[in-house]
Design a protein around this ligand. Structure first.
Ligand code: COA
Ligand code: ZN
Length: 327
C-alpha cells in the first residue's frame, strides 16, 4: 500500500454523495420531489461512485425526506453508480427494497446517548433491529452497509472508546455479514491522528470489507481527516455537494466535507476520483436556489485554483508606468 499521502499517483478513490440525504434532511425548506430528482440525475452524470439518494425514515421525524419512495423510483440510474438510502428499521427497508435501492445504509450510533436521541433505542435494541433488517433483505439484490454515527466522539458523551467502536464493527461485519461499514464523524470531532489510528485498526482487521469515512467539517478538519484516512488505507469518502448537511439530533452539527472541495484537492494531488469537477460545480451552483440560502462551499465562491481572473483594466498603464520608472 502506498501510504505517501502527498502523491496520489493515479490511485483510485471513491467519492460518495450524501447531500441529498445528510444535506437535505437538515433543511427547513422542503425541496420539491421533481427538483430532488433533477439534482440526483445531475449528480449521476458527475462520476461519483455512490449516491445516498434519500432516507426511508418516519416522515414525522424527517419531513424533508417524506417523498423518499417517489424520488428513488423516479431517478434515472447511471450504469456503475450505486444508489443507496438510509434505513432505520424493517419498515424503512421494505420501502427501500420496493423502490429498488441498491444498498441499504443502516444507521446506529457508537454512543448510547446519541443513539437514544436519534433513534429512540438503546444500542443493543438497534443492533437487534438492524439484524432483523439484514435478515429481511437477505434474499434481495440489495446489500447492507452499516453507518456508525459518533465513531470519533459524541457531542453529549465526549470521547468514544476505540475498542467499543471496533467491537460494533466486528459484530456488524462478522455476525451480521455487512458488506460495508461507514465510520461517521457526525459532529466534526475527529482529528487526523485519531482517524489514522481507527482506519488502520479497521483495515488490519477487515481488509475485505468496504470501508467509508464520513466526515463533517464542523471544526475545519475535514480535508485533513480525509488525507489522514487515505494515508491509513481508506479509499472511500462520503461528502456533500456544497458542504450542506448535519444531523438534526446532534447539538452543534454542521455540514459534511464538501464534495467539490474534496474532489478539487484530491485531483490536484494526483488522485483519480473519477469525478468531473465542472459538472459537479454546475450542480452545486444550483443548490442555493433549491434550498433558499448560501452554501459553505469555498470552491463555489472562489472557483478552481486555475480559474484565472482577467488583468485589471488599467494593467497596460500600470506596466508602462513601472517600465518608465526603470528607464
Ligand atoms: N418509514 C415510514 N414511517 C415510519 C418508519 C419508516 N421507516 N418508521 C416508523 N415510522 C412511523 C410509524 O408508522 C409511526 O407513525 P404514526 O405515528 O403515524 O403511527 C411513527 O413513525 C413512529 O413509529 P415508531 O415505530 O413508534 O418509531 P419511533 O417513534 O420510536 O421512531 C424512528 C423511530 C427511528 C423510526 C424515527 O425516529 C426516525 O425515523 N428517525 C429518523 C432518524 C434519522 O434519520 N436521523 C438522521 C440521520 S442519522
Ligand atoms: Zn453525517
Amino acid at each position: 500500500m502506498n501510504t505517501n499521502v502527498w502523491t496520489g499517483a493515479g490511485r483510485r478513490l471513491f467519492l460518495q454523495e450524501v447531500g441529498t440525504r445528510d444535506g437535505l434532511q437538515a433543511e427547513a425548506a422542503f425541496v420539491d420531489t421533481a427538483r430532488k430528482v433533477e439534482l440526483v440525475d445531475a449528480l449521476s452524470e458527475t462520476g461519483l461512485a455512490k449516491i445516498e439518494v434519500t432516507a426511508f425514515v418516519s416522515p414525522r421525524a424527517i419531513p424533508a425526506l417524506r417523498d423518499a419512495d417517489e424520488v428513488l423510483r423516479a431517478i434515472r440510474r447511471a450504469p456503475g453508480v450505486i444508489y443507496s438510502a438510509l434505513v432505520p428499521n424493517v419498515r424503512g427497508a421494505e420501502r427501500a427494497v420496493d423502490a429498488q435501492v441498491d444498498e441499504l445504509n443502516l444507521v446506529m450510533s457508537a454512543s448510547e446517548s446519541h443513539n437514544l436521541s436519534n433513534l429512540r433505542m438503546t444500542r443493543a435494541q438497534s443492533y437487534a433491529a438492524l439484524s432483523e433488517v439484514a435478515r429481511a433483505v437477505s434474499g434481495t439484490p440489495a446489500v447492507v452497509n452499516v453507518s456508525l454515527s459518533c465513531s470519533f466522539g459524541c457531542p453529549m458523551e465526549g470521547d468514544v472508546p476505540v475498542a467499543g467502536v471496533l467491537d460494533w464493527c466486528r459484530r456488524y461485519v462478522e455476525e451480521l455479514g455487512a458488506h460495508g461499514v461507514t465510520l461517521c464523524d457526525t459532529t466534526g470531532m475527529a482529528y487526523p491522528t485519531q482517524v489514522a489510528e481507527l482506519v488502520h485498526a479497521f483495515r488490519e482487521r477487515w481488509p475485505g470489507t468496504e470501508l467509508t469515512l464520513h466526515f463533517h467539517n464542523t471544526r475545519g478538519m475535514g480535508l485533513a481527516n480525509v488525507l489522514a484516512a487515505i494515508a491509513s488505507g481508506a479509499d472511500r469518502f462520503d461528502a456533500s455537494l456544497g458542504g450542506i448537511g448535519g444531523c438534526p439530533y446532534a447539538p452543534g452539527a454542521t455540514g459534511n466535507v464538501c464534495t467539490e472541495e474534496i474532489a478539487h484537492a484530491l485531483a490536484l494531488m494526483g488522485y483519480d476520483t473519477g469525478v468531473d469537477l465542472s459538472r459537479l460545480l454546475a450542480a452545486s451552483a444550483k443548490l442555493p436556489g433549491l434550498i433558499g440560502h448560501d452554501v459553505p462551499s469555498q470552491i463555489l465562491k472562489a472557483g478552481r485554483r486555475l480559474d484565472l481572473h482577467p488583468l485589471p483594466r488599467d494593467f497596460a498603464e500600470i506596466a508602462a508606468r513601472a517600465a518608465a520608472r526603470e528607464g
